[in-house]
Design a protein. Structure first.
Length: 224
């Protein structure tokens, strides 16, 4: 069973290939404004390396946001378009959830906090708590000003994401640490892994029913 997942909700996105529950390949970048140009070509490169064809893919996946408006649409449109053309289902995954699962390495913290930069002085995010080596949600995805995030915390946190990188020194440092190395950024591998779990659980969608999650309007007013 094969799955292709696109992650384009943040600047550090790309594409991943899962084969029988194993990450067979991942192509990603920390650049900006390149997803629409690179993702399909990178996916074709992963398939070629694995000696697979598009017809061999059983399900297509993408992060559905929240995240960059244009970026979310790019990945979701790629997944839906390929699935539609090949008669395959789609799985979507929360961007903050994929970020949290990708950054956590067993640290002893009360919260894992995934934060994407929403621009105009806001962040998209979600809180998770470590339980028996995995992560459980603490509420839904949110859109907040970064200075409001510490009010949600009840102990030491591990922060990850472009939003955490941008606002860590100003608002977050007293409340925890940043994820290390590549784990601080959103990658397509965790999107593929979460999508695989949903696929096995039967949580697939027809392409037409896969929707983006934005949390706010595309052109919000700047904060006062």
């Amino acid at each position: 069973m094969n799955l292709v997942a696109f992650e384009t909700a943040s600047p550090s996105g790309g594409v991943a290939l899962m084969t029988d529950g194993i990450l067979a390949g991942e192509a990603w970048t920390t650049g900006t404004q390149s997803h629409s140009k690179r993702c399909l070509a990178d996916a074709e490169g992963l398939l070629e390396a694995a000696r697979l064809r598009w017809e061999d893919i059983d399900v297509f996946a993408a992060s559905h946001g929240p995240g960059a408006f244009v970026g979310v649409r790019v990945g979701l449109s790629l997944a839906k378009g390929l699935a539609w053309g090949l008669g395959k289902p789609v799985v979507t995954v929360s961007s903050p959830e994929a970020l949290a699962h990708g950054c956590y390495r067993g640290e002893e913290v009360r919260h894992v906090v995934a934060l994407l930069d929403a621009r105009v002085g806001e962040v998209y995010g979600a809180l998770f708590k470590p339980v028996s080596g995995t992560l459980e949600r603490e509420g839904e995805d949110f859109s907040l000003r970064p200075q409001e995030v510490p009010k949600l915390l009840h102990g030491k946190a591990l922060f990850a994401g472009e939003g955490a990188l941008r606002y860590y020194e100003e608002y977050l440092r007293p409340h925890g640490t940043l994820a290390r190395g590549d784990a601080v950024r959103l990658r397509p591998g965790p999107v593929a892994w979460l999508a695989w779990q949903r696929f096995l659980a039967g949580e697939t969608l027809p392409p037409a029913e896969a929707k983006a999650v934005y949390l706010r309007d595309a052109a919000p007013k700047p904060p006062a």
